[in-house]
Design a protein around this ligand. Structure first.
Ligand code: YK8
Length: 178
């Protein structure tokens, strides 16, 4: 996968996990900014292999005349059993967009790592990959790949270089210098 985000934040690893992977007000606000609507999510639940899983559904806004205005999407998240509360979290998120052309050809796989650096610092790393579930060639593959990379890049740039920094600033203001 390609590395889309790799940054140290002034917040604990467990705080970062709570922001990104629970029904936090941060997630609600970020979704509003990205114009992601109708979100719903199952609770985290352990599966047979010992990993925790949850499923999210939402509608994304695309606004590309060639692709459409909206698409429903399903995101399957797996919190690896290798994760350690407060220390290390690994989440795999597989995103299927259901209403775009060639939607049955491809999906996106995002891997999030949250790593404790110190009591009040953590590193967030995100790798993404566009995966093909059907043989896809030529122009179609180029079109899908280009559109996916640019959408993914934009999303994680806004997450890591804008919204999480703002959240971090607000938090650390509230507790005093940390
Ligand atoms: C998640 C990757 C591709 C998709 C989109 C598809 C165009 C298809 C072009 C074909 C619209 C929130 C993206 C960007 C939609 C948004 C997805 C988000 C940002 C028809 C030629 C949704 C992270 C995520 C992962 C993948 C993104 C899609 O949390 O271009």
């Amino acid at each position: 996968g390609r590395l889309y985000l790799n940054k140290v934040f002034h917040m604990s690893a467990s705080k970062m996990f709570a922001l990104l992977f629970t029904d936090s007000s941060f997630t609600q606000r970020f979704m509003e900014i990205r114009r992601i609507t109708n979100p719903s999510s199952t609770a985290w639940q352990k599966d047979d292999s010992g990993n925790d899983k949850r499923v999210m559904n939402y509608t994304i806004t695309i606004n590309n005349p060639l692709i459409g205005k909206f698409s429903t999407a399903t995101e399957n998240q797996t919190l690896s059993k290798e994760s350690r509360e407060g220390q290390y979290y690994q989440v795999d998120a597989v995103v299927h967009t259901h209403d775009v052309p060639y939607h049955d050809h491809f999906y996106t796989q995002n891997r999030y790592y949250i790593i404790r650096v110190s009591k009040r610092k953590c590193r967030l790393r995100v790798y993404s990959d566009v995966k093909y579930s059907k043989p896809t060639f030529g122009l179609i593959k180029t079109f899908i790949t280009k559109n996916s990379w640019s959408g993914i890049e934009d999303y994680f740039r806004q997450l890591g270089e804008s919204e999480l920094l703002e959240e971090e600033a607000e938090m650390n203001q509230a507790v005093g210098e940390s």
